[in-house]
Write a protein that binds this ligand. Sequence first.
Ligand SMILES: [Zn+2]
Length: 548
Amino acid sequence: MKLTTSVCSLFCLLIAASCNTKSHTDADDGSAIFNADSFKQKVSVLASDSFMGRKPFTAGETITINYLQQQLQAAGLEPGNGNSYFQDVPMVNIKATAAPTMLVNSPKGSFTLKGFDEYAIWTDKVDEHINLDKTELVFAGYGVVAPEYNWNDYAGLDVKGKIVMVMVNDPGFWTGDTTLFKGKEMTYYGRWTYKFEEAARQGAKGCLIIHNTAAASYPFAVQQSGHNSERLQLDNRGKDIKNCDVIGWIPEPTANKLFAAAGFDSTLLVKANKPGFKAIPLNINLTTSMTVKTTYNKSHNVIAKITGSKHPDEVIIYSAHWDHFGIGRPDAKGDSIYNGAYDNATGTAGLLEMAKAFKAIKPERTVVILLVTSEEQGLLGSQYYAQNPVYPADKTVANINIDELNRFGRTKDMVVVGSGQSELEDYLKEEVEKTGGYISTDPHPEAGHYYRSDHFNFAKAGIPALYCNVGIDVVGKGKEYGKQLEDEYTKDHYHQPSDEYDPKTWTAEGAVNDMKILFRVGKRLAMGQEWPKWKPGSEFKAIREGKK
Ligand SMILES: [Zn+2]
């Protein structure tokens, strides 16, 4: 009996032990590695004054990218770009100086417009002199070619060598008609970057966007600051990348002056909302010039990988921007270092944690950790990667981008930016719901935030891309509290020297929770064979399917 009992006890103990081990393994899907202290330690380093605000081309860049390489290497990741952990990103600083005025010739006579007050122009070209010489002006509605919405403002129109004048946003915005594009929600066709790109594709010499505060979501003053200023662009010398000579904005009163000179009025703008609208030559021409000074420099993306054990050629890319604004104008307290703790030391540190987690689970597909430069200068590092991909776009399963991770307590929600784009959102929803949470949608879809962060350059290459904002429904404290924290940050710290790491108030419990969820979304892809798709109506679906 004794023996039996003891054998039984031993047996039961063994069963219990193995059950415990098993249930432990089941519960730990690899996400137990995420840890608030380890995350916070990395944020504190990246956001410290010795990193000098992580500005491209400065000593702050060197110290940042070396730290990132060392961390990725220590986590056991392989170099992501051949033998290198870096991808050079050649850039050019373009300083355009515009002539003070622009001459307008119309059938009703000539007049001049004053630069800065009546228009704001610049260029992405590197030619020393840029001239408009009696260049013809055409009103091209929204300047949109969108096959999925059966819309083409350039149909039957030859704008080669001409200047197009177009409206900001898309037809859905003004009409609110949800069958027109996405109604109030901005599509990529509504973004100013798209208007310039499309005009260049059409061979136009220039593109001027008619400003409207509601439709643009910011005042004309924002555009005026671009007039006669310096802009950083990718160095595209030797590449077949089309740009207009002159790009810029005109406020509505200027547009009305031009319409009047051509014998029209602003009802033209309303007509352009109707499907089938035909672009109108205005029988007006413009004359002005710009001189351009350029300086060239190189920044760096940091890139590392864990080669997949079964499908090494299929790739999941996690991205975050490492850069911020460096040392600049001091704030009221005399602090001049733009530490960028929340934006984006959190996302950068998050990716270093992600690297460790994926290394530990030995993914079947390749997982790439891509820390990009110059997001703050216009998403340039990710644009360079998308134009010069180390891993082919058609073999890239998905992109998951992190720009800011929760500093405080856990939230019940995660905010999907630009919802309705891809099936990655459904994967995210499943993972969030498994933790008892829920998905919130972007409170300002009309502002087009989906087109304003790094994942967007992956989307433009057809790669399904997911981007979330920090949730606001703080566990135990509610939405009002979370919203207040966000508003406070936007007002007092966003893009200011005071965006600093605070060891006293940052708990990072929320970041850990969100990192686990984003890890599980990627893990599902890295351990499976799924290819998430763009949803019907997405501007990027046709690109992925090779139809655009
Ligand atoms: Zn950011």
